[in-house]
Design a protein around this ligand. Structure first.
Ligand SMILES: N[C@@H](CCC(=O)N[C@@H](CS)C(=O)NCC(=O)O)C(=O)O
Length: 98
């Protein structure tokens, strides 16, 4: 079992893409709501994770070389999760944990 991934999320199609991927990949995760209607995407702490001021973003405490990594942009997050798990990709897993 890997440590939970932190998912910075609001229920929009871009947010759903990542929550669906995490569910289908069987990865544990914790949801942190980023209320984009209230401007939470512009909070300084969130901008450190997602400098373009958009959700979704993730922090994986078990990134490459077991070091934490943060990612933003849903396409980049999906590619990272696919490579981490070896699921939904034709490429071999670089960091298989399951
Ligand atoms: N290209 C980005 C787009 C993400 C995006 O547009 N997020 C929107 C919600 S779906 C957002 O955070 N909007 C807040 C804003 O623009 O202030 C991705 O695929 O992750």
């Amino acid at each position: 079992m890997t440590n939970p991934i932190d998912l910075y999320y609001w229920p929009t199609p871009n947010g759903w893409k990542i929550s669906i991927a995490l569910e289908e990949m069987g990865l544990p995760y914790k949801v942190h709501l980023i209320d984009i209607n209230a401007g939470a995407q512009f909070d300084a702490a969130f901008l450190k994770l997602s400098p373009n001021g958009r959700m979704p973003a993730i922090v994986d405490p078990d990134g490459p070389d077991r070091a934490p990594i943060s990612l933003f942009e849903s396409g980049a997050i999906l590619q990272y999760l696919a490579r981490k798990t070896g699921l939904f990709t034709a490429r071999p897993s670089a960091n298989a944990s399951r």
